[in-house]
Write a protein that binds this ligand. Sequence first.
Ligand code: XUL
Ligand code: MN
Length: 346
Amino acid sequence: MAKAHSYKFCFGPWNISEGSDPYGPTTRPAQTFDWKLAQLKKLGFDAMMFHDDDAVPDIDSKSTAQILKQAKELKKRLDGEGIAAEMTAPRLWFAPQTVDGAYTSNDPKHRQYAIDRSLRCIDIGNILGTDLLVLWLAREGTYLREAKNAKRSTELLVQAFDKMLAHDKKVRLSIEPKPNEPMDHAYIPTIGHALAVAQLTHDPKRVGALIESAHCILAGLDPADEIDFCMTFGKLWSLHLNDQNGLKYDQDKPFGSTNLRSAFNQVRVLERNKYGSRGEYVCFDVHPFRTTKVEHWLAHLDNSRRTFLKLVEKSRSFDEAKSKQLIADRDYQALDQMVIEHLLGK
Ligand code: XUL
Ligand code: MN
């Protein structure tokens, strides 16, 4: 068994979710943040991801001084528990000001709200000891294309990123692309878009990406290729591993749940590129199935990590020499079967 300490793992408080969907209410009772933190420790994970309002609940009703004070209190607690904060992320999709997008809203007051909230989120990250700001650009897109102008929206995104980079000389922006949901079409649907936009900012070195397996699949792309592409640029700074059964709503299934071979290939490229050796975490952005009972509530997190570690082993024990021979001989039929039998085991 590969040693757990060769990778560091994390999840977010939202990953212990209550089961509501657009057609029905919750199926499990709400739990406190303290309880979730205790579960993270119990499962042996190393860090937690934080939206700004995970760190400071009801953030919009609080003054800057109150926000920073609460962030300091949280940092003390995390230190006491030996848990790191992997990232902070402004939740720019709940507030009424974000109804028409955040940085790309057609209302300049709402764009300002989004920028102000992002700068506060960077300050929270500083206090929590992370330089990573994750930007899932949830509502930066349209329900109908005539409502916005894509070129102007791209320019607005660059202006917003530049303000964040100027606010803090150390912060690194990690863009999490997703092609749709909640929007019909998002402006930054893939890693290629994220890395291209980075080049337009005035410090491209500090603008990278976060890959989520399900988001790649929703874009019709191979998550392993997206990881390889991003790591060619040295810009994969975080990772949300999960799974997704085709082009449907965002499912956030346990890692490997739908397509074990794709999960194997994701782990294989992470191993090949030494993901984690520069301090990056493996995060699981997974949710329990709606049917999950309270007593099985954490299984999706534990199982995702177990699957990941088993696939690390599978990756390390893959017969690379034999596969090279088959590639040289262009015997891809045999290579295909070799992968299948390796995954099936003895
Ligand atoms: C949305 C998603 C978010 C981000 C964090 O699909 O993946 O949970 O990862 O803001
Ligand atoms: Mn995610």
